[in-house]
Design a protein around this ligand. Sequence first.
Ligand SMILES: [Zn+2]
Length: 208
Amino acid sequence: MNNMDKAILSAFPLVAVPTAEPLQEYAEHGVRFLVGKTGVMREVSLPWLQIVHPVASLDGGLQLPYGELEASVRVRCSRVPADLIRQFTADARAALPNEVAAALIWNSKTNQWRYQVRKSVVANAVYVQFEEVRMADSEHLVVDFHSHGEHRAFFSEVDDQDDHGSMKFSAVLGNLDHATPSSAIRLCMAGLYMPAAIKADGSLEVTL
Ligand SMILES: [Zn+2]
């Protein structure tokens, strides 16, 4: 095999799901593709998340001679501390009528979270552009928050561009002039978006 294709296969291994034994766990952090009985799935393994989701499904009754595989998701990081969300809500209110952005960063060594406001380069009522946060080796940007000021929370075309290709939870708070802000959250997985939630106890949930 030529070196280019060897490198691609090494970076993104392709695995046939076994029929007679369990699939070997993906011990590394990275992306691999799994070919099963009814289609192809992508497995993404990160310090804070492990997900297996379909990328291509067979139809018309065709089945491949490999094992069965189910979609799954496991959040590996600890719960998001409530004071970080309170902090962002307060910062988003203080920034009114402008937008603001912040990073919720999880440390895989200490299992602790920290909050960092993203320094705005340009901020107004419909747009915020910011400097990227600096993180230590064991730190991961898990939840990327931004606000929509007095506008409702939703993912705009600009948000889609900002989130394109990234792997993180993306969350928006809106209607910050109201007592109860509106909110929206999704999981960004390198080109795909999945519905997500931060539950009342701070646990992160993904709907496959
Ligand atoms: Zn937005």
